[in-house]
Design a protein around this ligand. Structure first.
Ligand code: LAC
Length: 344
């Protein structure tokens, strides 16, 4: 399987490439970046370790690599400028990713290719990619809450002093402030998390808060997410490459699951050959269901604003969305996902 990463010179793209090199499953890794030298540098660095990792083809490339790629991953993205609103940043990233999609479509996807969107706002960009890429919705996936889920499990493991790989717990909904922790089905080594010694409402609250702010924290400490997001991407790529059919919280177009439609967000999804093979509807608590509905509403509002801006041209930027996120004091606040905190 040839995997091409657009934005492969950057932190997310290059760490995903390294994770895929260590994984040794895909046969060809190709890095494309607006900064060609950076892509070449990352490819050379990976190649220099190839004798210690596995036998893969590794290259820096350009759009002419797309028609031979089985999977295209978009990690390219922009940072907020000083004085720029949240929606301005969304609009600039939308324009960037739509531009990339146009270029990709001009050269043409390989038959049966998959597209994985990682750039933010990932759920909005995944929706636009479903509508504009020309690929069937099943083959267009967004990384969604796959990374938040990984963070959630790791934080739970640290707090409860258990092995991270034995924690099974999901974050669903938006990759952003309205993300929803699914406590009702969480387990450690197959045992109900809620009965685990040391688990308490306080731990619950703190672990979720830590998960929600993890991206912003990483930005503050080291400039942006790398290793964890690289591994999160790898899990999706391997599940498709190996047709493992792992159940992953990726963002895809919903058409009725959990009563939601015409929006991309994360629900448990069987990921294998062909991409998203099935949405799984597990039973959720009333609060979790409401949380998912809230995520869908927040995202639909943003999509509407973005789409009307696209129609009316790039100059006019509509007023910021008023999403349904309440602060502790009951005030309505704009959602603040990790990626939105870039230049705060
Ligand atoms: C984060 C970015 C990768 O959450 O979306 O860190």
């Amino acid at each position: 399987m040839k995997v091409t990463i657009i934005g492969g010179g950057g932190l997310v793209g290059s760490t995903a490439a390294f994770a895929l090199q260590c994984g040794g499953v895909v046969t060809h890794l190709c890095l494309i970046d607006a900064n060609k030298e950076l892509a070449q540098g990352q490819a050379n660095d990976l190649l220099q370790g190839a004798s210690l990792a596995c036998d893969q083809r590794i290259s820096a490339g350009d759009m002419s690599d797309i028609p031979s790629s089985d999977m295209v991953i978009i990690t390219a993205g922009l940072r907020r400028k000083p004085d720029e609103s949240r929606l301005d940043l969304i609009n600039r990233n939308v324009d960037l990713v739509l531009g990339i999609l146009e270029e990709v479509k001009a050269v043409g996807f390989k038959d049966g290719a998959h597209l994985l969107v990682v750039s933010n706002p990932v759920d909005v960009l995944t929706y636009l990619a479903v509508k504009r890429s020309g690929l069937p919705w099943q083959r267009v996936l967004g990384l969604g809450t796959q990374l938040d889920t990984a963070r959630f499990r790791s934080h739970l493991a640290r707090r409860l002093k258990v092995p991270p790989t034995q924690v099974s717990a999901l974050i669903l909904g938006e990759h952003g402030d309205s993300m929803v922790p699914i406590w009702s089905s969480a387990t450690i080594a197959g045992l109900a998390l809620e009965q685990w010694p040391g688990f308490s409402p306080q731990v619950q609250k703190e672990v979720f808060e830590e998960t929600k702010t993890a991206g912003a924290q990483i930005i503050k400490l080291k400039g942006g997410a790398g290793f964890a997001v690289g591994l999160a991407i790898r899990e999706v790529v391997h599940s498709i490459a190996l047709d493992s059919r792992r159940v992953l919280p990726v963002s895809t177009l919903l058409s009725g699951a959990y009563g939601l439609r015409d929006v991309c967000l994360s629900v448990p999804t069987v990921v294998g050959c062909g991409g998203a093979r099935q949405h799984l509807e597990v039973s959720l608590s009333a609060k979790e269901k409401l949380g998912l509905q809230n995520s869908a509403r927040v995202l639909q509002q943003t999509i509407e604003q973005v789409e009307s801006r696209i129609k009316s041209g790039p100059a006019k930027v509509p007023a910021p969305v008023q999403p349904i996120v309440e602060s502790r004091s009951g005030q309505r606040m704009p959602p603040k996902a990790a990626w939105q905190a870039l230049s705060r």
